[in-house]
Design a protein around this ligand. Structure first.
Ligand SMILES: Nc1ncnc2c1ncn2[C@@H]1O[C@H](COP(=O)(O)OP(=O)(O)OP(=O)(O)O)[C@@H](O)[C@H]1O
Length: 686
């Protein structure tokens, strides 16, 4: 093996020994294989990212026609979001970013070491140098595998920790804004820029954080790698070699991009179809009882199968396109790239013109060629991996721009709504014109609110829906202490809307509303809200147990409230005050309304707004307790009068709770009388 080769030209003849030839072939195959691996890795990575986007991401893409890309708007959005993710220099996030930079440098250093190391091992094998082989493959590698494992796993850990930190910052920030006052209500009912705040708050923030944490390593590391390995490779096989290989990847990438079918769009359609399919199933679960009563299984079978067939047809189309595209992709990116790599690596060996200091100065030793060839293959593989990662990072950046735009929009809308500004499609006053998207700013809200105890006064208040539909032009009435008032009118005339304005849920466009502070008004809806938590939490909602105790409501006192609404049996049935259940499922419709009544008694508000909260109560019973009637005619007119025995439609009520003697309406007349008596007894005992 010690036989020297003086020139490169002599090399082919000197490599006639089959051993040497097969050794070179092995390494050529290794290069080809590694390049193929890179291409596969790239593809897998892309596919997993598509998959991890999940059904909702795709659905969302379809819904929004707005074009999102890496443009000035993207950078402006990033500029807004970054300070939330990294609020300062002395933060955990800065420390993590610095650690990540260090780990990335260590990783590159290890890659360079490994390429050289591989060359040494190859040389030891080809020259049958057992001592050298053991020194390299066992001792050196045995020592270096520890830092390699630590660095590789540190990289994963740091990126995950960074993603979690970003997510924590963004989620906390968004939660604070979203649950400030009644922003959560306004976002879904008043402003119509965001359709799915839940998905934005959970998945999109998560995906944005994950992508942001990867972006740094996905861009910075390949750039560093590209420069370093291009330099090393240039040194080894000629300066133009790395330019050729980078140029090749760029050109083939551009060709593929230009001719590939729009797989991104197809994936989005697929996710939308998957989402629709899932929805057909979740509807069956939600409405299982109704479907079973109607015997609607055959009909539902048609619906679920129809939805599934759409997925199958679409996916079949994608598979055939992928097959054809895959052939071109393999030829261009994998095999032609491998051929280019063979040529560039072997060029200094066969042609002295291209010989370099490290390759081609063939002063004899073929084992040296093996060593150099192996090391250079390592450089080339690293270089092509870096280029591949950069190309993928470019594609990821477009996807990242999508997440950025969604998260930025969420934050913009949260900020706007918190500042009293909202946007939505407005009903056009001109019937010929289409409805338009319009922003409503605090300047448009000319209404005035005066806080005063013991009275509710509406003075020339228009009842206007958030999209500008005027239900009543000017509403004026007074409900004072002791006046029980019933509100009636046809469906959709604005009865609940009046309460929404009274409760500050809807904007006050004009007029003056005088009312007690909102803590002294209590709204009891038809479908009472049942909170997550214990049975006690349902009665004292939204107070906590500590607050309830501070108000003098221990469990004994709460039992008294349950007695009033005849629900005391629930304590035993459900396993005590601390039992945690899915209360919306566990309680019957009537029990839920009684729980809401108990809640009303617990809060003892100045005014109670009962919005069909006793849907089973006969109208006769309600009439007994209300002396005033506010009646809407459904065409913008209304009448506010003492209640005669006149006809009315849906009962709503204001009730006043100053004396504690007014009647709260229960499920049936009997229950009402008993409940009322019990309440009066309670008041007496107080
Ligand atoms: N968030 C909203 N944005 C726009 N319009 C709304 C909104 N909520 C309700 N509306 C509209 O306002 C009108 C009045 O609704 P409201 O709920 O006040 O009716 P209602 O008188 O209580 O009817 P019902 O007796 O059927 O409960 C309806 O036409 C409804 O479609």
């Amino acid at each position: 093996m010690g036989q020297g080769l003086s020139t490169a030209r002599e090399l082919p003849s000197s490599l006639t020994s089959s051993k040497k030839r097969s050794a070179l072939l092995v390494f050529a195959i290794v290069v080809g294989y590694l390049i193929k691996q890179r291409a596969n890795q790239g593809k897998r990575k892309q596919e997993t990212r598509f998959a991890s986007r999940g059904a909702t991401g795709g659905q969302d893409n379809i819904r929004r026609s707005k074009k999102v890309g890496v443009d000035a708007q993207f950078f402006a959005q990033i500029k807004k979001l970054l300070p939330i993710c990294i609020p300062g220099l002395a933060t955990r996030e800065t420390a993590l970013l610095l650690s990540l930079a260090l780990v990335l440098i260590a990783r590159t250093w290890l890659d360079i070491w490994f390429s050289g190391f591989n060359g040494h091992v190859v040389k030891a094998i080809v020259s049958r140098d057992r001592k050298e082989f053991i020194a390299r493959a066992v001792i050196e590698f045995g020592f270096m595998m520890w830092p390699m494992s630590v660095v590789n796993n540190s990289l994963k850990l740091t990126i995950s920790a960074l993603a979690l930190s970003f997510r924590t910052r963004l989620t906390r920030f968004a939660h604070n804004q979203y649950l400030k006052d009644i922003t959560f209500y306004k976002i879904s009912n008043i402003d119509n820029r965001i359709q799915n705040a839940d998905q934005l708050l959970t998945q999109d923030i998560d995906k944005f954080s994950e992508n942001l944490s990867h972006l740094y390593s996905d861009i910075a590391k390949p750039i560093v790698d590209m420069i370093l390995f291009a330099y090393k490779l240039g040194e080894a096989i000629g300066r133009e070699a790395p330019i050729y290989i980078i140029g090749y990847f760029m050109a083939s990438g551009a060709i593929l991009r230009a001719f590939s079918p729009p797989f991104g769009k197809y994936t989005a359609v697929e996710q939308k179809l998957e989402g629709d399919f899932r929805f057909t199933h979740s509807r069956i679960i939600t409405h299982s009882e109704e479907i079973a009563f109607y015997g609607g299984n055959e009909r539902e079978l048609g619906v679920v199968n129809g939805s599934f067939d759409k997925i199958v047809r679409h996916v079949k189309k994608i598979y055939s396109l992928r097959f054809i595209n895959g052939i071109f992709d393999s030829v261009l990116v994998k095999y032609c790239a491998t051929m280019t790599a063979y040529y560039l690596l072997a060029r200094p060996v066969f042609d002295t013109k291209y010989a370099t200091e490290f390759m081609g100065k063939l002063d004899a030793d073929p084992t040296k060629i093996m060593e150099d060839y192996s090391r250079n293959s390592g450089y080339l593989v690293n270089l092509s991996q870096a280029v591949g990662r950069l190309i993928l990072a470019g594609r990821d950046l477009t996807r990242f721009a999508g997440y950025t735009s969604r998260v930025a929009e969420l934050f913009d809308v949260l900020e706007d709504v918190n500042n009293g500004r909202y946007e939505r499609t407005m009903v056009s006053t001109d019937s010929k014109e289409a409805n338009v998207n319009r922003a409503v700013t605090p300047k448009d809200l000319k209404g005035k609110v005066i806080t005063k105890d013991g009275v509710i006064i509406f003075e020339k208040v228009p009842i206007v829906t958030p999209n500008g539909d005027v239900l009543v032009k000017e509403l004026s009435f007074i409900v004072e202490t002791g006046m029980n008032c019933l509100i009636s009118g046809p469906n959709g005339c604005g009865k609940s809307s009046l309460f929404r304005i009274l409760g500050d849920l809807w904007p006050l466009f004009d007029g003056t509303v005088t009312k007690p502070p909102s803590s002294k008004l209590f709204y009891v809806p038809q479908k009472p809200y049942l909170a997550l938590g214990t049975f006690r939490d349902q009665i004292i909602y939204p107070d906590s147990q500590v607050i309830a105790l501070s108000k003098g409501f221990d469990d004994k006192k709460l039992v008294e409230l349950l007695n009033v609404v005849q629900l005391d049996y629930l304590i035993e049935r459900e396993g005590g005050w601390d039992a945690i259940r899915d209360w919306a499922d566990v309680l019957s419709g009537g029990e839920k309304q009684r729980v809401a009544m108990a809640r009303l008694f617990y809060h003892k508000p100045q005014f109670a707004i009962l919005d069909e909260c006793t849907s089973a109560v006969s109208i006769d019973v309600e009439v007994k307790y209300h002396e005033w009637l506010l009646r809407f005619d459904g065409e913008g007119g209304y009448k506010f009068d003492r209640l005669e025995d006149s006809d009315f439609v849906t009962p709503f009520a204001f009730s006043h709770n100053k004396t504690g003697k007014e009647k709260f309406l229960l499920d049936d007349a009997e229950a009402d009388t008993e409940g009322d008596d019990a309440l009066n007894n309670r008041n007496k005992s107080e």
